[in-house]
Write a protein that binds this ligand. Structure first.
Ligand SMILES: CC(C)(COP(=O)(O)OP(=O)(O)OC[C@H]1O[C@@H](n2cnc3c(N)ncnc32)[C@H](O)[C@@H]1OP(=O)(O)O)[C@@H](O)C(=O)NCCC(=O)NCCS
Length: 310
């Protein structure tokens, strides 16, 4: 019997104003708008000016807090998922805690699971909430990928953007709030997607891995919840390439409009992509009180999924 019961309170996001269009990229590498759109679905991505990752994470958190008028005094767990934190220590989560003015006891720490980081963080927070030692948790995915992108490499520089997304959850006693998680890593391909100074990637390998693991991850939480895809209102996938999402849709026979896609506006924002997309979903009122699946994958390789009741 699954006893992970969580109530989703609110979501938020912060997207930097500056935009890098495909036409901008045409001027710096040998590429073109048509190739980028047809191979990735991306039209533009956002770029920080002088915002730090902690600034974006804080602003996404404030957006989530304000949207639900959530009492900041009840937040006693903050997890930031990022591969581009401000510094090694103090953590970006510590910096967010400070920016939020939280002075009461609050556990805050960062995690790194590449693009799967937000789903990992949500799982960790949900399990911790079951202990009832925390009243509400703030989980944030935030990235400044443009600072680690090599703008001489056309294979990668077209893909990545900046932004942050946040979610607030609290423990629940209601069985209808059952949540199911599946998170894992198989560290057998450490070279296909790395960030040492810059992002380096074997795109084709990542693509094949992603299509396969997203299907397994969706199936796993559906099986655990004893539900079928027809019981699910919306799938929120990591936004890495529209063709990955289309391939999953086709191969699993899931209508493409069951996947929320916003890659055209943001590109791949790594750990921020799922919470940013989730926040776009929250803006669609008609979808409230529904069941959703979040599904992600990333370097390591890591992967994960979550089935939530809103
Ligand atoms: C990166 C990616 C878009 C490349 O698309 P693709 O269809 O696999 O393209 P290929 O790598 O096969 O390259 C096809 C051709 O386009 C060229 N090409 C690569 N980037 C290009 C660009 N920006 N503009 C124009 N041509 C480009 C290649 O050099 C290659 O040319 P060649 O056939 O003469 O060698 C795709 O593989 C992808 O999205 N992979 C997954 C990436 C991902 O999800 N990363 C994040 C994980 S969290």
């Amino acid at each position: 019997m699954n006893d992970t019961l969580i109530k989703v309170i609110s979501s938020g996001k912060y997207i930097p104003k500056d935009i890098i269009t495909n036409q901008d990229l045409e001027k710096i590498v040998d590429t073109n708008h048509e190739w980028i759109v047809s191979r990735t679905g991306i039209v533009e991505r956002h770029k920080v000016k002088d915002e730090l990752t902690s600034d974006m994470a804080y602003l996404a958190a404030i957006d989530a807090i304000n949207k639900a008028n959530h009492d900041i005094n009840t937040i006693d767990l903050i997890i930031v998922a990022s591969i581009t934190g401000d510094q090694l220590t103090p953590s970006t989560a510590n910096l967010v805690q400070k920016k939020l003015g939280i002075t009461h006891d609050c556990m805050s720490f960062d995690i790194n699971a590449a693009c799967t980081g937000f789903v990992y963080g949500l799982d960790i927070a949900s399990q911790m909430l079951q202990s009832r030692r925390y009243r509400s948790a703030l989980i944030i995915g935030a990235e400044r990928l443009t600072t680690v992108t090599d703008y001489t490499d056309r294979n990668t520089c077209i893909l990545f953007g900046d932004g942050a997304g946040a979610l607030i959850i609290k423990p629940s006693d209601d069985q209808k709030d059952q949540a199911f998680f599946y998170n894992a890593a198989k560290a057998d391909d450490l070279d296909s997607l790395t960030v040492v100074k810059h992002i380096k990637m074997d795109g084709r390998k990542v693509f094949l891995f992603a299509v396969d693991i997203m299907q397994k991850s969706i199936d796993k939480v559906l099986n655990d919840a004893k539900l079928t895809i027809d019981d699910i209102d919306m799938i929120i996938p990591h936004q890495a390439n529209i063709r990955i999402i289309q391939a999953v849709s086709k191969s699993m026979n899931i209508p493409i409009d069951k996947f929320l896609i916003n890659i055209e506006s943001y590109g791949n924002t790594s750990a921020a992509s799922i919470p940013i997309t989730l926040d776009d979903y929250f803006l669609i009122d008609k979808y409230k009180n529904k069941k959703i699946i979040l599904v992600g994958f990333g370097g390591g390789f890591t992967w994960g999924s979550a089935l939530l009741s809103l």
